[in-house]
Design a protein around this ligand. Structure first.
Ligand code: SF4
Ligand code: SF4
Ligand code: SF4
Length: 395
């Protein structure tokens, strides 16, 4: 038993609960409730009670795993203290399956605290009545027992470690607002106008980030939904199939194969998922797609109806071409092209086979004459066959 857990036991059950109440300690994440009430509720369970600690199942940002990585003793102590307060028959720590390194780091220590590490999501149905404890709450609990608890809400800003700020801190005061097209936090997007009324407490995974005109909302949504899809355990049909469909539609849109019918289908599936699933993965993951389509419909229309990615991110809408008036026929680009899709010979204007081009951009770097261009707009008139340098007529 570590010093922190000893401290907690020395304070005693009743006094420690009073301390938790006096500090206003809240459960972190989606179940933002007074921790003392959650402990009382678990104590009232008939039969054995268990502590299940982890991130919220839907948290694919995983930014707050840093708390465990940086100070495993504190988080494990918090779990052990929660076990003491609830009289738990066993305590579990849930880590995503692919967090092998963290699992290896934490497992030997967890044994000292009699905490069982499980590489899975929390089975909400089977853990009904038990104490579900966020890792950040466990850390707070340990800090409280050690007398070093500081009130606040953990946030993780781009490129920074988790830090605590007052829960009512305005989101727009945490990140510069210049050039921001969208805010992303708590499983959904917000317009800059909406973000003005959001506070740090709305960041239920801790993560707060912004997207600028250089970021594509559809591409960002597709990537997060892919992570959600991997997080789903597949027990609920609406979560399993819904996430497959949602991710597929966003991906298709980024690949220039989008249809306007996908908008209504996203609404239909997204709404149904919220009501027909067991845990947060199914209940909140669809919000990213729903908020993207509802609030940034213009960006979807640009992809689907205008065949354009306004941010220039989706490669299927990007063209790479050789400016026939700038090419000197030096041949440097041919040597670097991994797809072998540049045609040309000395002193002839070179041409790119767009069908084979992977848009890797290597030729752009190799061309000293700046003749290779990337555009998400319309292509200019280009030679249809090999033409001698200087002989191409624009009109
Ligand atoms: S909502 Fe259902 S299928 Fe999805 S992760 Fe939770 S339990 Fe598994
Ligand atoms: S595109 Fe650039 S690198 Fe390629 S042949 Fe023309 S001038 Fe040379
Ligand atoms: S972008 Fe890449 S694949 Fe396309 S022509 Fe240039 S080097 Fe070849």
């Amino acid at each position: 038993m570590t010093k922190t857990v000893e401290n907690a036991k020395a304070i005693g059950y009743a006094d420690l609960l009073e301390k938790i109440k006096a500090a206003g300690l809240m459960e972190y994440g989606l179940q933002r409730e007074a921790l003392a009430d959650r402990i009382y509720a678990a104590c009232a369970k008939e039969g054995d009670v268990y502590v299940h600690a982890g991130l919220n199942n839907a948290d694919v940002d995983r930014a707050l795993l840093a708390l465990l990585r940086d100070d495993p003793d504190a988080v494990l102590s918090g779990i052990a203290i929660a076990g003491f307060l609830t009289g738990a028959a066993a305590k579990f720590l849930y880590l995503p399956e692919d967090e092998e390194e963290l699992t290896a780091q934490v497992k030997p220590k967890a044994e000292e605290y009699k905490v069982v590490v499980v590489n899975d999501i929390i089975n909400v149905r089977e853990s009904e009545g038990d104490l579900l404890l966020h890792l950040a709450t466990a850390k707070d609990l340990a800090d409280l027992a050690d007398g070093k608890y500081e009130a606040g809400h953990y946030v993780v800003l781009p490129g920074e470690a988790p830090k605590k700020v007052a829960p009512d801190t305005k989101v727009t005061d945490l990140l510069p607002a210049e050039g921001v097209k969208a805010y992303y936090l708590g499983y959904q997007y917000y317009t800059p106008e909406e973000a003005a009324s959001l506070t740090a407490a709305d960041a239920v995974t801790g993560v707060i980030c912004t997207l600028s005109e250089k970021d594509c909302i559809v591409d960002h949504t597709a990537k997060i939904l892919l992570k959600d899809r991997k997080a789903s355990c597949g027990r609920c049909v609406f979560c399993r199939e819904g996430l497959i469909q949602l991710e597929y539609m966003q991906k298709e849109i980024t690949l220039a194969r989008g249809k306007t019918g996908y908008y209504d289908l996203t609404e239909e599936i997204g709404d149904a998922m919220g009501y027909n699933t067991l845990c947060s993965v199914g209940q909140v993951s669809a919000n990213i797609a729903l908020s993207a389509i509802r609030k940034f419909g213009d960006e979807y229309d640009a992809h689907v109806k205008k065949n354009k990615c306004p941010a220039g991110v989706c490669a299927s809408f990007v063209h790479i071409y050789i400016d026939p008036l700038a090419c000197t026929g030096c041949g440097e680009c041919i040597d670097v092209c991994p797809a072998d899709c540049i045609e040309g010979k000395a002193k002839f204007i070179h041409m790119i086979d767009e069908f084979e081009c992977t848009k890797c951009g290597k030729c752009i770097e190799a061309c000293d004459d700046d003749a290779i261009q990337m555009t998400s707009g319309k292509l200019p008139k280009l030679p249809s066959r090999l033409t001698k340098v200087g002989k191409f007529k624009k009109h």
